[in-house]
Design a protein. Sequence first.
Length: 226
Amino acid sequence: MSAPRKRLTLSFDNGPFADVTPGVLDALAARDLRASFFVCGKDLRDPARRDLVRRARNAGHRIGNHTLTHAVELGASGDPAAPAREIDEAQALLGELAAPERWFRPYGAGGVLGPRLLSEAAVAHLCAGGYSLVVWNSVPRDWEDPDGWPARALADVEARDWTLVVLHDVPTGAMRALPRFLDDALARGIEITDELPPACVPIRCGARVGALDGLVAPAPAQEIPR
Ligand SMILES: [Zn+2]
């Protein structure tokens, strides 16, 4: 009896860029793969970048909301207007590119999974707005190591049953290694899927369906008196 195949879900954040994203889309298309692209609302004001997002959508990829500004960690911001601005304004800019689903990926500096990602107010906002929250379980830090990230990503894939990797279709040079990474993963028998691992989607269509442990800043008003 053989072990079940490891699964890998690909996500690309912070793009698109004209010099990078078409190559990513070509590499995926050449292998008949689908992925998720999380884009920042501010970048959708540029018609050329919007066209690239549309191209990704038309190729069957999932398009998600990666905040308006990519500058506010919702769990670290004291601004009560931040959730509405960072989440809803980006969703409005996505418009038909993301419909009908409302996939949201928070901004966390350095890709760190922790309590700076979300506030209780942001969680309530996502639930009320019918959003789905998409986190991750692998950050091979492609932006720091354009040639070395595939080895770290493959190690992550081998270490668990289902990996949701965060890559970046941005001009670091890292995406030049994407075709090699995909071919190595496929050669190892890894199943590359566009389904999202349930453990990485703790809020689905506004409903809390999974654990948010460690991802939400403690709310000062809810401190336990002692
Ligand atoms: Zn990002």
